[in-house]
Design a protein around this ligand. Structure first.
Ligand code: CA
Length: 225
């Protein structure tokens, strides 16, 4: 199960994420709606924990807009406001559940479990491309019997390439997916990250699978054997 926490209070976001990770969820944090959009482009989530007041917009308006235009996983809204009116408008906006801050991780986990008991498709935490298997929750991958551990960034990069295996992923897409807009990104950061990933894959026996498409981006294609 994979959860996206959209919360501009960095400390609270990290706290929720680590609490959920300890309970076996794969968890990412977005500090604003723009980061949430980027995260959702690069990965598929089973649930969104959504703060209402965000620096680049209103969580409720965003949820309404996203629900109208495309698939959206179930959402639990977080808010400092607990009035009846807020709860009702939150649920009307398409939230599946509602929690008033301060958030107790134990309760949030219980509400997620309740959400996941409802029928609906689930996203497995393991994805596959060719001979490569990646567990996005533990950030470990395997090729046959060989296991690899990845940092968060390496795992995000590999996941993005695996989900689009066989197609070219543009450099800017990778940059947006790996780095938040507040982070200074050096011109060759993506290239360096891809090189590190390629070396790890080759060390594990997967050679020639991560292709550089000069001037455009990168592509993962494992021709097998
Ligand atoms: Ca907020």
């Amino acid at each position: 199960m994979r959860v996206l926490v959209v919360e501009d209070n960095n400390r609270l976001g990290r706290l929720i994420a680590s609490g959920l990770q300890r309970r076996g969820y794969a968890c990412d944090v977005a500090l604003c709606l723009r980061e949430a959009e980027t995260a959702m482009y690069g990965a598929t989530y089973d649930a969104i924990i959504l703060d209402l007041g965000l620096p680049d917009g209103d969580g409720k308006e965003w949820l309404i807009a996203r629900r109208k235009s495309r698939d959206m996983p179930p959402a639990i809204m977080l808010t400092a406001r607990g009035g009846l009116e807020d709860r009702v408008t939150g649920l009307d906006a398409g939230a599946d559940d509602y929690m008033v801050k301060p958030v107790e991780i134990e309760e949030l986990a219980a509400r997620l479990r309740a959400l996941f008991r409802r029928p609906g498709p689930r996203t497995p935490t393991t994805i596959e491309a060719g001979r490569l298997q990646l567990d996005v929750a533990s950030r470990t991958a395997r090729i046959g019997e060989t296991e690899m551990d990845f940092s968060r960034r390496e795992s995000d990069l590999l996941e993005l390439l695996m989900r689009r295996a066989g197609t070219v992923v543009h450099r800017e897409v990778i940059e947006n997916a790996l780095y938040s807009y507040r982070e200074p990104v050096t011109p060759n950061a993506v290239e360096a990250a891809v090189s590190r990933l390629r070396r790890k894959l080759e060390d594990a026996g997967l050679t020639g699978a991560l292709h550089t498409i000069r001037g455009i981006g990168y592509m993962l294609r494992d021709n097998g054997t």
